[in-house]
Design a protein around this ligand. Structure first.
Ligand code: SF4
Ligand code: SF4
Length: 291
C-alpha cells in the first residue's frame, strides 16, 4: 500500500472532486491508503494531522495556493508542509494553484505555488525540489493524478519537464488530438460556442496550440474535452494562468499575436497564405442540421 496525505491550502476543492469523478477510482484506490484526505475515509483526523501525528507518508499531495501566514485550523500551513514534506518520499502539487499560484494568487500578496509564483522559481521549499512533481490543471485531470501516483507506486522513473511536469502527460499540447485540427490547418474559425465546426484559434482565443496537457489525448472522464465540446482552451496548465480577455485572439495586423508552440512566424505566414487560397466547401457545411 502507498500512503497518501492530502493537504489543502487556499483551494476550491475542484481537484478533490475531479478525482472522485475518475471512472476508475474504485479500482485505483485499492492500491492506496489515505492517511488524510478532506473528503475520503482516512486513518487520521485533521486534528491529528495538525498535531503532526500522521506517520509513514509516502506521497504528500499539496492542493491549493500557498499563502504566507495562512493558518490551517491552529497550525501555520507552511509548518505543516515542512513537517510532512520532510517525511514524504514524493511531493505532488495537485492543480495549478499548488503549482504556480493559479487563480487564488490573483487575490492577495504573499501567495504562490510550492516552487513557483507564475513562472518565477521560488526558494522557500528548495530542499523539496528534487522529490516534487507538478501536476497543474484547473482542475488537474483525474487520470493524470491517478496515473502519476500509480507510476510512483511502481517506482517507475518519470521524465519531467523544466517545470517538473511529467512528460507522459505534459509533453503534448491540448491541440494534439483535437477534432478541429482540419479547420486549424485551413485557418477556419467561424465558430459559435458549442458547435462542432471550426477551430477557435483565430478569433476565439483558443490556447490549445501552446498549452501543455493531455486533454484531447486522455478525454475527461472518458467523454470529452473543452475544445471537443466547443469551448476554447484557457491554458489552465501553464504558469501564466489565469489570463485576461479570454475568448478573443489578440492580433497584430490580423495575424494571431502568439504563434503555435515552436512555429516560426514566417512558417506560419507561408502556410496560411497557401491554405487560404483554397476554399474547401465541406469545412463550411454544418456537420449536423441546426434546428
Ligand atoms: S480549437 Fe484549439 S485545440 Fe482545437 S484545433 Fe483549434 S487551436 Fe487546436
Ligand atoms: S482544455 Fe485547456 S483549459 Fe481546459 S482543462 Fe485542458 S488545458 Fe485546461
Amino acid at each position: 500500500m502507498m500512503r497518501l496525505l492530502w493537504l489543502s491550502a487556499l483551494a476550491c476543492n475542484g481537484n478533490a472532486h475531479a478525482l472522485l469523478n475518475y471512472p476508475g477510482f474504485k479500482v485505483w484506490q485499492k492500491e492506496f491508503e489515505w492517511l488524510y484526505h478532506p473528503l475520503l475515509p482516512s486513518e487520521y483526523s485533521f486534528k491529528e494531522v495538525e498535531k503532526g501525528m500522521a506517520e509513514g507518508c509516502d506521497v504528500l499531495l499539496v492542493d491549493g495556493t500557498l499563502e504566507e501566514g495562512y493558518v490551517k485550523y491552529r497550525r501555520p500551513y507552511m509548518e505543516l508542509l515542512e513537517h510532512y514534506g520532510k517525511q514524504a518520499h514524493h511531493i505532488v502539487t495537485v492543480g495549478t494553484c499548488a503549482t504556480f499560484g493559479g487563480i487564488f494568487a490573483q487575490g492577495g500578496k504573499g501567495r504562490s505555488g510550492l516552487h513557483f509564483r507564475g513562472d518565477e522559481r521560488l526558494d522557500i521549499f528548495k530542499n523539496f525540489w528534487q522529490k516534487s512533481i507538478s501536476l497543474p490543471g484547473c482542475p488537474v485531470q483525474p487520470e493524470v493524478l491517478a496515473g502519476t501516483l500509480s507510476l510512483l507506486k511502481r517506482k517507475t522513473d518519470i521524465p519531467l519537464d523544466p517545470l517538473r511536469r511529467p512528460k507522459y502527460y505534459y509533453a503534448y499540447t491540448v491541440h494534439d488530438g483535437c477534432i478541429r485540427n482540419e479547420y486549424f490547418e485551413y485557418k477556419i474559425d467561424e465558430h459559435r460556442f458549442g458547435r462542432l465546426e471550426g477551430c477557435m484559434f483565430y478569433d476565439h482565443g483558443c490556447q490549445g496550440t501552446y498549452t501543455h496537457g493531455s486533454c484531447n489525448k486522455i478525454l475527461w472522464n472518458g467523454l470529452g474535452s473543452k475544445t471537443r465540446n466547443g469551448q476554447p482552451c484557457m491554458g489552465c496548465t501553464e504558469p501564466d494562468f489565469p489570463k485576461e480577455n479570454l475568448w478573443q485572439t489578440p492580433k497584430h495586423m490580423g495575424i494571431p499575436a502568439r504563434m503555435p508552440l515552436g512555429v516560426p512566424r514566417r512558417a506560419y505566414l507561408s502556410l496560411a497564405g497557401i491554405a487560404k487560397a483554397f476554399r474547401i466547401e465541406r469545412f463550411y457545411t454544418p456537420l449536423m442540421k441546426e434546428e
